[in-house]
Write a protein that binds this ligand. Structure first.
Ligand code: SF4
Ligand code: SF4
Length: 71
């Protein structure tokens, strides 16, 4: 299946709360080992080619870190 969604993650705003991690029905999101300037582990996407662009993650994020564009 072709990739349908493209995520832009604004790492500087992420506070590592993992709400988006729980929200992704395909379990594509996890916290990385990288810390941002505020000292939080930031969210990252594995297997981005599987993203459907459903935007559940973006809707769930209280800090508007994730932007989803559908192809
Ligand atoms: S847009 Fe949907 S499928 Fe893609 S990472 Fe977010 S929750 Fe997961
Ligand atoms: S919901 Fe937003 S702030 Fe929380 S981990 Fe995900 S991207 Fe970061």
């Amino acid at each position: 299946m072709a990739r349908q969604g493209h995520l832009t993650i604004n790492e500087a705003r992420c506070k590592g709360c993992e709400l988006c991690v729980s929200a992704c029905p395909l379990h594509l999101l996890s916290l990385s080992s990288t810390l941002n300037a505020k000292g939080y582990h930031t969210v990252t996407i594995s297997e981005p080619e599987k993203c459907t662009g459903c935007a559940s993650c973006a809707t769930m994020c209280p800090d508007i870190v994730i932007k989803v564009e559908r192809d």
